[in-house]
Design a protein around this ligand. Structure first.
Ligand SMILES: [Zn+2]
Length: 349
């Protein structure tokens, strides 16, 4: 894997925001900061469209700081929000979709995403924050959480409110369809796993691959189960990795971290990482049969001592463990007890 986004990588090491960069004729990357988040920023990609105006790929986490970075970035390339004609969104997470409604209000641009994520956005908006919190608490209790711990980890509805009023897209994009970016041939590649409707985009003129959060150069994207999520997200993610492995793009442009070359090598590393985790989890189940996902997560190795995990980090870890369990189950290696709070044991073979 070769790092091609050297300015992005240097900025990362200096703990600074990378610069706005022109990447090709009519193509720029604009970093939009994510407050208080280790990912630090989203790279919004701006495309000059035939006939005038701009297309955006992703928009950034909604905050005044993010809005200033996005509008300032556009100003630095001689454009403004009013020039935006269309917005493609790789997936529904707030660092990608968050600012989309402000962009639409300011420009009249359309917003497009995959129907599976569009359905989730509509569902969250319809449910509202209190119901979203309640269903997440129930989900965690079903994974073996103590109810009080689940309530405190999920937090109050006020913390969830922003995620229940995100932009519902005007247009839907299915796998293989081309986005309405005149002058570009942006083919949508459905890559479920990180979210049910995650999209990558393969630009067929330049052979650039916009990987969203599906393939990142440094970290492995979070693959978790959830109240409204995929039944076996890790299986879907590994299938989605295999589906893009041999595209042989000229360059990979992820939504976080830095641009790179060598998609196949990175896909192989991510795949191998999950196989190691699956093996580790199998060992934990063998040593601690009849455990819930909540218990099993504590037996795995994490980037810091398990006792320090709480709130959102603990939810990510437990739901990620659950995603690995479900793949082990679909491979026939483990079985669940069933019932409202299933426990797991090795399958008898
Ligand atoms: Zn992201």
């Amino acid at each position: 894997m070769d790092i091609t986004g050297t300015a992005q990588h240097e900025a990362w090491q200096a703990r600074a925001l990378p610069p706005v960069e022109q990447l090709r004729t009519g193509l720029w990357s604009i970093p939009v900061p994510i407050p208080h988040n280790p990912l630090r920023y989203v790279s919004v990609h701006a495309f000059a469209l035939d006939g005038g105006g701009l297309g955006l790929l992703d928009t950034g986490w909604e905050s005044d700081e993010g809005w200033a970075a996005l509008t300032g970035g556009l100003a630095s390339i001689g454009a403004g929000i009013a020039d935006v004609r269309g917005v493609l969104v790789t997936h529904l997470h707030f660092d990608h979709l968050g600012l989309a409604h402000r962009v639409r209000e300011a420009s009249g641009a359309w917003i497009a995403m995959h129907p599976a994520d569009a359905t989730l956005v509509s569902g969250l908006n319809a449910a509202g924050a209190a119901a979203a919190v309640a269903s997440e608490v129930e989900f965690l209790v079903g994974l073996g959480a103590d109810r009080e711990e689940a309530v405190s980890d999920v937090g109050p509805p006020e913390g969830m409110a922003r995620f229940t009023r995100m932009a519902v897209p005007d247009r839907l994009l299915e796998d293989g369809e081309h986005a309405d970016f005149p002058g570009w041939r942006m083919r949508a590649v459905h890559t479920p796993g990180h979210t049910p409707g995650h999209l990558c985009f393969a630009e067929e003129g330049t052979r650039l691959f916009f990987s969203g959060d599906h393939v990142l150069p440094r970290i492995s994207p979070n693959i978790s189960t959830g109240a409204r999520g995929l039944a076996d997200p890790l299986r879907d993610f590994l299938d989605s990795l295999a589906a893009v492995r041999d595209l042989d793009p000229a360059e990979v442009l992820p939504a976080h971290e830095w641009r790179f070359r060598g998609l196949d090598a990175r896909v192989d590393a991510l795949t191998a990482h999950h196989e190691v985790r699956l093996t580790e989890l199998l060992t934990a189940i063998r040593d601690h049969p009849n455990s819930t996902p909540w218990d099993l997560a504590a037996y795995l190795t994490w980037s810091r001592p398990w006792e320090q995990y709480e709130r959102r980090m603990r939810i990510f870890a437990v739901t990620e463990t659950d995603a690995h369990l479900r793949l082990l189950a679909s491979r026939g290696l483990v079985v669940s007890s069933g019932g409202p709070v299933p426990t797991w044991t090795l399958a008898v073979r």
